[in-house]
Design a protein around this ligand. Sequence first.
Ligand code: NAD
Ligand code: WQD
Length: 339
Amino acid sequence: MRVLVTGGAGYIGSHTVVQLVAAGHEPVVVDSHVNSRPSVLPRLEELTGTRIESHGFDLRDADATSALLGEGGFDAVIHFAGLKAVGESGRSPLEYYDNNLGTTFALLRAMGRHGVGTLVFSSSATVYGEQAPVPYREGHEPLVSSSPYGRSKVMQEQILRDVAATGAVRVALLRYFNPVGAHPSGRIGEDPQGIPNNLMPFIAQVAVGRRERLQVFGGDYPTADGTAERDYIHVEDLAAGHVAALDHLRDHPEIRVREWNLGGGRGTSVLEMVAAFEAASGRPIPYDVVDRRAGDLPAFWADASRAEVELGWRATRTIEQMCADTWRWQSANPQGYPA
Ligand code: NAD
Ligand code: WQD
């Protein structure tokens, strides 16, 4: 399949591009580089041994998006492009709604105009909100979220369901849990700009000497060691989940819209992650336990059985591999991608 990968220069998109090529598909990247570096692209060509067609524009440019899809030959779209920082979304809600909904509108219109009928969408466990029973199951309702970022995902899911109901597009809604790790080559990985918001890149930057100490947000949660538990998933497993969803939609034309959790199905605490990273890197991770971060939940993980049964997909990589691969990427690229 020829697949348009929006946000294909970003963290999850770049890993998915590599796996699409390995699976015999032809990915085409579009990315505005609002949160990525163009220098990832030659590395994708190096890893895949093939030329990757790429386009640098903002998907909200409806004419450019339509012109690209109008070039023809696309079988599907994987839509990663979006802004994703929860805290920033509270400070700039309009920017988040505009970008995340605007990219989806432009894409859906262009797909409709040019007869591209299959979409795989990056959703998030954040749509389960604060009240859903753990483990999270796809059938849970209502979908709610506590941040503008999360609400933009709830809204996009709803818009996609409404458009899918007309028969205009068939949609996989993939709800990711906590993606971490990097390609085992160490050539591509997560490269947050500024101070990392997420745990794993922060730990990695402490290990490599870019930051002095980790702050552990909350030591008094009702968990085994008092720190919060999350369902970390290796980005390589996550990328494989996209290929599986794409193949599943192709083989099941009766599906109009379907949600799948992509997680490992178990919780790991902050301190367990710190210990695993120390073991993988051989570096100490000094930390202080500080107050809880506003909005954080004590513990959640996926029931990932629907993806296993229906997609034949399961997360197989361990916490140790997540840390080892992150460390290989971070130690070889201490400042991330070249500008
Ligand atoms: P990322 O920021 O690394 O990648 C997103 C890419 O989209 C970036 O390269 C960015 O430049 C591009 N982009 C943003 N707005 C654009 C626009 N208007 N036009 C064109 N390109 C644009 O993020 P990621 O971690 O790879 O996340 C990919 C998707 O998965 C996002 O939709 C995110 O919300 C979702 N998601 C991520 C996580 C996570 O923890 N990383 C968890 C759940 C869901
Ligand atoms: C993990 C754990 C923190 C940083 C976020 C989004 C979610 C999804 C994935 C997009 C928590 C603790 C963190 C630090 C810490 N993204 N922590 N010190 O919050 O589970 O999920 O990313 O959809 O929507 O909310 O991930 O990596 O920020 O935090 O102690 O410096 O690590 O408190 O328990 P989170 P995270």
